[in-house]
Design a protein around this ligand. Structure first.
Ligand code: ZN
Length: 263
């Protein structure tokens, strides 16, 4: 993919419920093995969620992030919904880009797998890719945790662990632990935009073969996300694969998958 194509297809939209954070999606709905990548920018942060595997796309987006951090001194962050190779293989291209300081943010289990080169946990063996690697990361949900403010919320699916990380004077990134598809699964929310990674990918039979898949955990996560849709003013749900969905459609798909897990 040419750099020009990536940058020309970026459409920035303001996020309902957020004050100063905008989002742009790079979608690959016709390529099931390529994940969606989401960019967000606020006055203080530039965040890229799930860089994927395409080096050209990653170089183009990293170049853009570099421009923005030079324009205004912002913190650059690469967020991972989980460490499966199709979501994070090219993260190291951004982290190791000369003259660019970016931090990797992921679950502690993902940080461990990326540091130690765990080809099973990252799914690299099954996905047939080289093993993703990252020497250092800001490991969320590590105990004792140092990043953000942590709290548990009571939901019908059990306690939903949430970290709040300020990303501007008035906006915050909410990070939820949503395991099941993989134990390190995270969902990210700013205002009414919720990124859920591969939670819905359990609908595809190949996903259940990936190491770390746990149907029972996924059931709890689906209940928690359904609760979140109703209680956090979610407007749009951004999946790791496929098209973004409004709240109604996302609710239907989460409920359908929940029913299939029960069946
Ligand atoms: Zn995955």
């Amino acid at each position: 993919m040419a750099d020009g194509f990536v940058l020309s297809q970026l459409e920035w939209e303001s996020i309902p419920g957020a004050y100063e954070t905008e989002l742009a999606a790079v979608l690959h709905p016709d390529a099931p093995l390529r994940c969606n990548t989401y960019l967000m920018r606020s006055p203080e942060y530039v965040m890229l969620t799930d860089p994927g595997t395409d080096n050209d796309q990653t170089d183009a987006l990293a170049g853009l992030m570099l421009q923005w951090t030079r324009k205004i001194p912002r913190q650059a962050v690469v967020c991972l919904t989980h460490c499966h190779a199709d979501h994070c293989l090219s993260a190291s291209r951004i982290l190791e880009k000369p003259g660019f300081m970016a931090s990797l943010v992921c679950h502690k289990l993902a940080a461990d797998a990326l540091r130690s080169g765990d080809a099973s946990m990252t799914g690299a063996t099954i996905l047939g890719t080289v093993n993703p690697h990252a020497a250092a990361a800001i490991a969320l949900f590590a105990l004792p945790t140092s990043a953000g403010v942590s709290r548990d919320m009571d939901t019908p699916g059990g306690k939903l662990r949430c970290l709040t990380i300020p990303i501007g004077p008035r906006d915050a990134l909410q990070v939820y632990h949503t395991p099941g598809h993989s134990p390190d699964g995270l969902s990210f929310r700013v205002g009414g935009a919720l990124m859920i990674g591969d939670v819905l990918c359990a609908e595809g039979p190949h996903c259940t073969r990936l190491p770390g898949y746990q149907a029972k955990e996924l059931g709890h996560t689906l209940d928690k996300l359904l609760w979140l849709l109703d209680n956090a003013n979610i407007v749009t749900v951004y999946p790791g694969h496929g098209e973004p969905m409004d709240r109604t459609l996302a609710g239907e798909r989460l409920r359908t998958l929940r029913g299939e897990l029960n069946g």
